[in-house]
Write a protein that binds this ligand. Structure first.
Ligand code: SAM
Length: 221
């Protein structure tokens, strides 16, 4: 009887309100989520860790952690770690000022992510032993402490942290490893990541390659 009432209520809610309408909870495109899972699988037998840099509330972290768990990833990678690096308190002042002073942005359009909390985030992911949150500025972080890296997803939006982090991360990538950079899209609010990606590729003589509409790929040869 209870079940019948529940089903009836669900029918009413779905048909006559918008509460049952599916929503897409990810900040990144389906092609990025699938590329990240495919690359994790491709690199399964290689030594090295994965780092997501810029994690917000952890939507992508959850998706990829579920994949790692359900594909028995840790069986062949006992020491594998998923490092989740973020300030857990939004953008840094100097990085924002650079966007305003040098890239024609306004502070208003770059607001976001200040809801975050390292303690709460850590607690939300405690069920995944292999996920290790790190509270740090990605531009100053010592990547040798989490090396070697086989896959990195860099998603911090602005020019300065993206450019500085790319230069530091690349040295600690294994040969055949990949870095994916989000927001590589000219003319968008977060096109600082686009500028940093294009400059980095040009300096390293790497041919830019975009997955979907906004994800720059870098392979360490
Ligand atoms: C677009 S969100 C990340 C989205 C996440 N990767 C996802 O797919 O759901 C950008 C994040 O970058 C973080 N961030 C910005 N500047 C940073 C910096 N210098 N160092 C570390 N994290 C930073 C912000 O706190 C924010 O959580």
């Amino acid at each position: 009887m209870k079940l019948a009432i529940k089903e009836f209520l669900k029918k009413i809610i779905f048909r006559y309100t918008t509460l049952g309408k599916p929503s897409y909870p990810y900040n990144i495109e389906p092609s990025q989520l699938s590329k990240l899972t495919l690359l994790l699988d491709e690199l399964k037998d290689k030594e090295g860790n994965f780092a997501e840099i810029g994690v917000a509330r952890g939507q992508t972290t959850l998706f990829l952690s579920k994949h790692i768990e359900s594909s028995n990833y840790l069986k062949s990678n006992k020491n594998f770690k998923y490092f989740a690096i973020d300030t857990f308190s939004s953008f840094l002042k100097d990085d924002l000022n650079y966007e305003v002073d040098n890239r024609g942005k306004t502070l208003k359009e770059l607001k976001g992510f200040s809801y975050n909390s390292y303690e709460k985030w850590k607690d939300n992911f405690k069920c995944f032993d292999f996920v290790e949150p790190i509270k740090a500025d990605c531009a100053a972080f010592k990547y040798e402490s989490i090396a070697p890296l086989k896959l990195v997803f860099l998603d911090v939006d602005l020019y300065l942290p993206t450019k500085n982090a790319l230069n530091k991360i690349y040295k600690h990538m294994i040969r055949g490893g990949y870095i994916l950079v989000d927001d590589v899209h000219e003319g968008s609010r977060y096109d600082g990541a686009f500028q940093a990606y294009i400059e980095f590729c040009s300096e390293k003589n790497i041919k830019p390659f975009i997955i979907g509409t906004k994800c720059g790929l870098i392979k360490k040869e």
